[in-house]
Design a protein around this ligand. Structure first.
Ligand code: TYD
Ligand code: MG
Length: 449
């Protein structure tokens, strides 16, 4: 009997069919059916039988980890890479994924006799050029330019490296599938086969994946359920800071964020991000406020700058870089209504320096103060930091983990911090920092400006 090589699986109900269809017969969803290789239907679990273990007797410390060169990368991984694990490093093109992985691979190669760097994006000489730039001599580091997953696995089998990097999963293809590389079914199938190989041989694998602007279906998102660790590399094309954020981690916390800096000789750990972010801060500048924001478990001090200028168009502009545009609109409207700032004829531009993107409302107070400072042409006192969410009636609302933020501000020499009025004493801690409670935005502006 002829065995079909591929099956078609609905991604929403897992129903399988022998041919592709636009609509799933089982759950009636449209465009959810993708091609799958038949071989992988039973997952990567080998056919060994395992005895059930009593959870009370199980130990959590039999997870050996291979520490990597970068302390910041280790922090996000949860202390190093776990053998046999599959790590996905996703990020915009050009953000520095290949650079980071080449550096990590070279560092692991110092301790192990074979490390693989598989690239489907660059030629060996391109990789060599980059390696020269990074000062990597290439001992024990093997470069394989290959996009065929079967050939890649054959080479991996042959050398059995201590670590393998696949750059990128989008360029890999499985010749048994008819679709093009980069297609969802190709990405999933290639990742599945690599996963299977990594688990079977206890070799850690790091895949890179490009994310595209706006959702992206065929990107690395489809792999998230499959990989053990999923990291995102973020940053601004014009700034040199790179944030490494864990979005999924089966071996550690996803609340960890690593901060790296892209330099002329590759990515370096930033040991004190707050200090680095504030290094270029002008003294006594108008429209500049320092805000302690939380990135995962970490409090980071960032500078928020604002500029107000008379508008030349009927609908004044509200432009935010690194801060949510809707929140800017909210903050401007609240400032107009509750503090009497006539911003209706002014353009308002807000910028978070260093290319950081602030997602939390706790930065609202800082943004509002920066706008007020620019509008009134009065600089904020230099040793002030501010934290709090602005509510629609002009009230300052509590921000999570105020204590951690205040501590970070105190550590960097800030002597005063504006905090929401209902922050309890305990949250502010016994630091050498004077905190000032504010209940409304108007009160905060009067206090500082
Ligand atoms: P790259 O690692 O190729 O990005 P990705 O793999 O995510 O697409 O990074 C490319 C950028 O990094 C490129 O614009 C040049 C810059 N770069 C440095 O600034 N310093 C360096 O040492 C290297 C190798 C690259
Ligand atoms: Mg690359």
């Amino acid at each position: 009997k002829l065995k079909s090589k591929t099956v078609f699986v609905c991604t929403s109900c897992e129903n399988t069919s022998v041919k592709w269809e636009g609509q799933c017969r089982s759950c009636s969803a449209w465009n959810t059916i993708i091609e799958h290789s038949d071989a992988g239907r039973y997952g990567w679990l080998r056919k060994e039988s395992f005895a059930a273990v009593h959870l009370a007797d199980a130990s959590s410390d039999d997870l050996p980890r291979m520490p990597l060169m970068s302390g910041e990368v280790n922090r996000v991984l949860g202390g190093g890479i776990v053998p046999g694990s599959l790590v996905l490093l996703a990020g915009d093109p050009g953000i520095g994924k290949s650079t980071l992985l080449l550096q990590l691979a070279a560092e692991v190669a110092k301790e192990h006799s074979c490390v693989f760097y598989v690239t489907g994006e660059e030629s060996v000489s391109q990789v060599k050029m980059r390696a020269d730039r990074l000062g990597i001599d290439g001992q024990n580091l093997y470069i394989l330019t290959q996009t065929n997953v079967e050939d890649t696995l054959a080479r991996l089998d042959e050398h059995l490296p201590a670590l393998a990097v696949i750059d990128s999963i989008q360029t890999m293809y499985d010749p048994s599938l008819s679709s093009h590389p980069g297609n969802v079914s190709q990405i999933r199938e290639c990742a599945r086969r690599l996963l299977e190989w990594g688990k079977a041989n206890n070799v850690p694998l790091i895949l890179t994946g490009h994310v595209t602007k706006g959702g992206d279906i065929a990107g690395p998102r489809v792999l998230e359920h499959m990989v053990d660790v999923s990291l995102y590399m973020e940053g601004d094309a014009v700034s040199s800071w790179r944030l490494l954020r864990g979005v999924k981690n089966r071996f550690g916390s996803t609340n960890e964020v690593g901060v790296l800096e892209m330099t002329g000789s590759g990515l370096l750990d930033v040991s004190d991000p707050s200090e680095s972010f504030l290094l270029d801060r002008p003294k006594g500048a108008m429209g500049s406020v320092v805000v302690p924001v939380l990135e995962g478990n970490r409090a980071l001090l960032v500078e928020i700058q604002a500029l107000t200028a008379p508008s030349t168009i009927p609908t004044p502009r509200r432009v935010a870089t690194g801060y949510d545009a809707h929140r800017l609109l909210l903050v401007c409207s609240v400032a107009m209504r509750t503090c009497g700032m006539p911003l209706a004829d002014y353009d308002v531009i807000v910028n978070v320096t260093g290319g950081l993107k602030i997602a939390e409302p706790a930065a609202d107070l800082g943004v509002a103060l920066a706008i007020a400072s620019s509008f009134r042409s009065v600089p904020m006192p230099g040793d002030f930091a501010a934290v709090g969410e602005v509510g629609l009636s002009g009230e300052i609302r509590r921000a999570p983990q105020t204590e951690r933020r205040v501590k970070e501000a105190a550590r960097l020499g800030f002597r005063k911090c504006l905090v929401p009025g209902n922050t309890d004493d305990r949250a502010c801690g016994p630091e050498a920092l004077h905190y000032q409670r504010v209940d409304t935005l108007a009160q905060a502006i009067n206090m500082c400006l």
